[in-house]
Each structure stands twice: as C-alpha cells, then as structure tokens.
Ligand binder design. Structure first.
Ligand code: 5GP
Ligand code: MN
Length: 335
C-alpha cells in the first residue's frame, strides 16, 4: 500500500468514485464517507456512497445521507456503479469481510482502491494507496487530515465539517477517550470555524430515540445484566424476544455496552445481542486489557484495544457459556 498523499494527483481529473464503509455504519463511518463525498463532489468528481447494509435512523439528518445507497436494497444498481468506478475509497474498516455481502464485488473490482482507517491489522495488500493509523481517534479525523494536507484544503465547508465533527465526536466518546489528542482538538477548532452547530449535532445523534428504546435499556439493566466480580467483568446478553418486544432497530443498541463499564472496578464489559443472522458481541475495556486480541482469539472479531466486536453463529446460551469458560484464563490480567 502506497502513501495516501499519492492519491492527490489522481484527483486532478474527473473520476467516477465510490465510497464505502463497514456494514451497519456508525457515526464515524457515515461521517467519514459523507465528509469525503462533499469534498470530492466539489472537486468535480462523480461520487456515490454505498453502504453495505442499512444504518441507524439517527444518522439520517446528516447532509448528503439521502443520497447514500444501501447495497442490500439495490444490489444490481450498486454493483454496476462499483464496476464502473475509477476509484474506490474504503473508510473505517480494515478487512473486506466487514463489508458483508459487498466483499466479493470489492475484492474483484480492478479500479484504484484507497484505504483510510484506524483499526488494527489492516488487510493492506488489498489496497493500492492508503493510510492505516491506529493512533487516530476516528476515520473522520483521518479524512480531515487527508483534506487538510491536500492542495484542495480551501474546499472544507460547513457540510464537510458537520459530517467530520459527527464521527470525531462519536468515536472519541464525546472527546473523552485517550485517542482525543491535541490534534483532535485542533481539527475540531478548524471545523468549528466553518460555522457548524455542535450542540445541534450532539442532539441529533444522542437525543433522537424512541420511548421504547429507553424502556428496552431499562429492562436490559434490570434483567439482563450479570456481574462477574472475580473477573471484574460485566456481561449482558440480550435475547431475541427483547429485540422484538421493544421493536429494537439498527443503532438502538449503540452505547448500551458502555453502561457496563460504569460499575466501579469493572474492567471488561461484554454485550451479546441475538441478531437474526448471527450473535453479535461488543467488548469494551478499561486500561491494559486488550479486547481486540480477545475478540480475535475467541469470537471471530477484532477492533481496537479498548473497543472491539465479534460474532458467532452459535446460540446465545452457547456464547454465554463459552464466554464464561474462556474468561477464566484472563483472571490475572483482569485484576
Ligand atoms: P461495536 O462494539 O461498536 O460494534 O464495535 C467496536 C469496534 O470493534 C469498532 O471499531 C468496530 O469496527 C470493531 N468491530 C466490531 N465488530 C467487529 C468484527 O466482527 N470484526 C472486526 N474485525 N472488528 C469489529
Ligand atoms: Mn471509526
């Protein structure tokens, strides 16, 4: 993979560009994709953002979100666009299988592929150009750096800034996580100069849910939480019936895992959700416990040191049992 700055000369002529992200895009994935979309569109390129799957409703307010294609809704049209692309930007994922059903088509397409991402162990051989930096707070920060270091930095406007601020805010836990460096605050200061309304962005993301979702969280905290004090671990397993009863949709469970770490002394939080197609794990840790390694080793996943995910085709009960067995080997590390 060659340096991402070598992409700038390629942007001098009009191109067909596809931007994609990981499945079930979060604020950072959608923010990075749309921030780059607004930038490249201003440069005169023909740009389409394709999400591998649907996304949370609380992202729909983002400028440009109405133009994002859902691959699962329109595979044929999306496939044609990918095959006609001159350039493909892959944002906020490290391995192609994070694009779920788009993996095959992305692997086969022969256009120039660019990676911008901050996850561990990227599949660099799949990309001609790119940057992978695990020290970065968010892919949105990296897209900001990409634009800022380019000969076209004057194109940063309020729409770009709104999208990029969103992802920086969500991936840093509202500027709380250790990834929130001075560079993050400098980037945000520059974005703020464009006139973005950070209060409104915060409300759009965090105060935009249904009553039912709040009651679902109440039920989960009351009835689905188990604390394994010997391992300084909190575990929460959400059965399918809760998802159905409270009409839980994509994005409604985001942030739920963070409650687990609010218990004093808890170093590992593990949330398991029974989705139709798979059992989905979210892991969060405090301090040195590396959930990226843990998820990779035991649950077909990965991510970052303190925030990772995994999956399994086994039942929810089998997953809980497996978790309780494998955690025994980490008793020392979790003290
Ligand atoms: P979340 O728990 O919010 O779904 O994910 C936390 C972090 O782990 C995110 O950075 C996400 O990209 C990563 N992640 C989540 N699930 C998976 C997975 O199945 N495989 C890999 N490699 N990373 C994941
Ligand atoms: Mn991210």
């Amino acid at each position: 993979m060659q340096e991402v700055r070598l992409v700038y000369p390629l942007l001098a002529e009009q191109k067909n560009v596809i931007i994609t992200t990981h499945q079930k895009p979060d604020g950072d994935a959608m923010g990075a994709a749309l921030g780059l979309y607004h930038f490249l569109t201003q440069l005169g390129h023909k740009v389409t953002v394709i999400s591998p799957t649907n996304w949370a409703n609380f992202l729909n307010w983002m400028p440009g979100c109405e133009f994002v294609m859902d691959f699962e809704n329109d595979r044929e049209a999306a496939g044609k666009l990918v095959n006609a692309a001159d350039m493909l930007f892959c944002l906020d994922f490290n391995v192609l299988h994070r694009t779920k059903n788009m993996e095959g088509i992305l692997a086969e397409v022969s256009c120039v592929k660019v990676l911008i991402d901050h996850h561990q162990q990227p599949q660099v051989e799949a990309f001609e150009y790119g940057i992978s930096d695990v020290s970065k707070s968010s892919t949105c920060e990296m897209v900001y750096d990409f634009i800022e270091a380019s000969p076209f930095r004057q194109y940063i406007n309020k729409d770009i800034a709104t999208c990029l601020f969103t992802g920086i805010m969500t991936d840093t836990g509202s500027f709380r996580f250790s990834s929130t460096t001075p560079a993050v605050h400098r980037a945000v200061a520059a974005l703020k100069e464009t006139g973005i309304n950070h209060t409104e962005i915060f409300e759009n993301i965090y105060d935009n849910f249904s009553e039912s979702r709040l009651r679902f969280i109440g039920n989960a905290l009351l009835n689905r939480l188990e604390v394994l004090y010997e391992y300084n671990t909190a575990l929460m397993a959400i059965p399918k019936k809760d998802i159905l009863k409270y009409e839980i949709k994509t994005g409604d469970t985001e942030g739920l895992v963070n409650y687990l770490l609010t218990i004093e002394g808890i170093k590992l939080g593990a949330l398991l959700i029974d989705r139709t197609e798979e059992r989905k794990w979210s892991f969060r840790s405090k301090g040195d416990f590396d959930v990226n390694v843990f998820a990779r080793t035991h649950f077909e996943g990965g991510g970052h040191k303190n925030a990772a995910g995994g999956r399994s085709s086994e039942s929810i009960e089998e997953n809980v049992q497996k978790f309780k067995t494998v955690i025994q080997a980490y008793e020392q590390q979790l003290q």
